[in-house]
Design a protein around this ligand. Structure first.
Ligand code: TRP
Length: 308
């Protein structure tokens, strides 16, 4: 089965649930990836800037924690400024970017090849929602997984646990992990970050319906849907939904879905963890929290984890 049948199956399954939902991994087609880059530059979206600033301010200590000459494994496309900072300071023996999008992976690898001609780059096409076998490391280089951007917050705590267990297996008993985690904070600040005044986050969310139309021949009328994001405090997460502005029927392939007025499709979660909460999660997955770097305002945390 190719990628299109799987996309269709995922959409049908998601829209068949009592709380309709769509998997967030499908946000990132070409248009979605462009919109996401714009999100990262929005004044309200503090996440990217806070993480970059704290990485820059602590790059020496971060590199010492990971250890020069390690094999650096990154979940994500890896052409970011943060990755470049880390590679420059760390001089890893090898760099393994893992990404769900083959074009994004190739683009990132090519750019990094030019910037770091001495670096061995081993791109791996895959997604972190499934167990993933990595190419065997050359020699005995220590393995370090880099997972920035609070992408771990887009997993449920159960999925995050499974992901951490998987990476714990990948890095082995001498391995380590650097995880960027967005912190719990003033709900107003969180709310603004996912409801920007320019409507870029709304366009990013709505593009998921556009992609389903383009690739699966569905007939979502984007004018009849609205971006709806809020902070669910008891669950400690931002929830992103698409809300149906009126009662309507939508065709996806041979399937028809009815939406009531105000009914939503749940598209993504972004969990926020206090330092203690994330340390507890990491401990349950076999990691010890060794280091912690934070920005001055306490917006974002970078955790240095060692195999326990
Ligand atoms: N992981 C980041 C976060 O949760 C980035 C992100 C993923 C994001 N999907 C998003 C940001 C959708 C805004 C909207 O914040």
């Amino acid at each position: 089965m190719g990628p299109v049948p799987i996309f269709l199956e995922d959409v049908i399954a998601g829209l068949s649930r009592p709380q309709k939902a769509l998997p967030p991994k499908y946000f990132y087609d070409a248009a979605g990836s462009k919109l996401f880059e714009r999100i990262c530059r929005l004044p309200e979206y503090y996440v990217t800037r806070a993480e970059l600033a704290l990485t820059r301010a602590n790059i020496g200590a971060i590199a010492r924690f990971a250890g020069r000459g390690c094999a650096l494994i990154e979940y994500g496309s890896g052409e970011s400024l943060k990755t470049r900072l880390l590679i420059r300071a760390l001089r890893p023996a090898a760099y393994l970017p893992i990404d769900i999008s083959e074009p994004a992976l190739q683009r990132a690898a090519l750019k990094l090849e030019r910037a770091f001609p001495w670096l061995e780059i081993v791109p791996v096409n895959g997604d972190f929602s499934r167990p993933l076998a990595l190419p065997a490391p050359r020699g005995l280089a220590k393995r370090v997984v880099y997972f920035p951007g609070s992408t771990i917050g887009n997993l449920t705590p159960g999925e995050a646990h499974a992901f951490l267990r998987m990476t714990r297996g990948q890095v082995g008993p001498k391995g380590a992990m650097l995880v960027g985690v967005d912190l719990k904070k003033d709900p107003e600040v969180l709310h603004a970050a996912y409801n920007d005044s320019r409507g870029v986050t709304a366009a990013f969310n709505l593009n998921l319906l556009g992609r389903i139309n383009r690739e699966l021949g569905a007939d979502f009328d984007l004018r009849r849907w609205r971006h709806y994001a809020f902070y669910n405090a008891p669950l400690g997460r931002i929830e992103m939904h698409l809300a149906s502005l009126e009662a309507q029927i939508v065709n996806v392939g041979n399937y028809r879905f009815a939406f009531a007025r105000g009914e939503t499709i749940h598209t993504e979660n972004s969990y926020k963890y206090s330092v203690e909460e994330f340390r507890a999660l990491a401990a349950r997955a076999g990691f010890t929290a060794e280091k912690l770097w934070m920005d001055r305002k306490g917006l974002f945390a970078l955790h240095g984890l060692k195999a326990a």
